[in-house]
Design a binder for this molecule. Structure first.
Ligand code: NJP
Length: 236
């Protein structure tokens, strides 16, 4: 309550649901993504502030932090999975773009908020990783590799920052009913859930899990690879 929370990838899916949950609990949400119109709508709904931004560009992320002022909590959520393709058919440019968003984007937001958090001696960062970080999923090489990098980055950041009063938590949300899963299903390659759309986790539940991790008893659950599982017990 009363904390300023920056959420990347807030224009839809898990990021938007998390913004609604946290704003409903009294947080001041700062919403970042590329889709300006969706962000403006959500800002109106949540009483938050919208900052259109491409997280793969450090200059844009740094400008955002300069404009917002102190950030107490960062939800490093922006991510991409498409285009889904087996390695032999993959396009090097598109593959690299996933690295730019999923790895560099997470690093950029961390890098931009950490000096302020260290100076104030407090802060919490949740990096959204995935069960894909520790799985070999055909057609998802860029996604598996980049989410493994997020897990690794989270572990190092947590180790470096704990003594400065900054917690860095990794969260793997399971199979969540968002556009990302729609794209996976449409690709026809390796759709995660055989049980259908209704078995996917609603994005609102991920928002609630994030609220628990940020809450007073959050430390009991925190770690650098905290996972939510689908009904199938198979992480996404
Ligand atoms: O995905 P989706 P989710 N700069 O596609 C934004 C992870 N995850 O909510 O820029 C800034 O609905 C994009 O905004 P826009 C997943 O890997 C998911 O499911 O306007 N923002 C949108 O707001 C990801 O890290 C599942 O297009 C950029 C958001 O990212 C996170 O959860 C399972 C951007 C994507 O919304 C949210 O995914 C799992 C950029 N360059 C992990 N590029 C799952 N859904 O099952 C994209 O384990 N965005």
């Amino acid at each position: 309550k009363g904390k300023t929370v920056l959420i990347t990838g807030a224009s839809k899916g898990i990021g938007a649901a998390t913004a609604r949950t946290l704003a409903g609990m009294g947080a001041h949400v700062v919403l970042a993504a590329r889709s300006a119109e969706a962000l403006a709508k959500l800002a109106q709904e949540t009483g938050g502030r919208a900052f259109p931004c491409d997280v793969s560009d450090f200059a844009q992320v740094r400008a955002l932090i300069e404009a917002t002022g102190p950030i107490d909590t960062l939800i490093n959520n922006a991510g991409l999975i498409d285009p889904i393709a087996r390695l032999a058919d993959s396009d090097p440019g598109a593959w690299g773009r996933v690295v730019d968003v999923n790895v560099k984007g997470v690093y950029h937001a961390l890098r931009a908020v950490l000096p302020g958090m260290i100076e104030r001696g407090s802060g919490t960062i949740i990096n959204i990783s995935s069960g894909a970080a520790t799985s070999a999923l055909e057609g998802w090489s860029h996604y598996c590799a980049t989410k493994a990098a997020v897990l690794s980055l989270t572990r190092v950041a947590d180790k470096e920052m704990r003594s400065a009063g900054v917690r860095v938590i990794g969260l793997s949300p399971g199979t969540v009913a968002t556009d990302m899963q729609r794209k996976i299903a449409a690709s026809g390659i390796n759709p995660v859930s055989q049980l259908g759309w209704e078995a996917h986790i609603p994005p609102e539940w991920v928002g609630q899990a994030i609220a628990v991790l940020l809450g007073p008893k959050g430390d009991a659950y925190c770690g650098t690879d905290f996972s939510l599982k689908t009904e199938e017990g198979r992480a996404a």
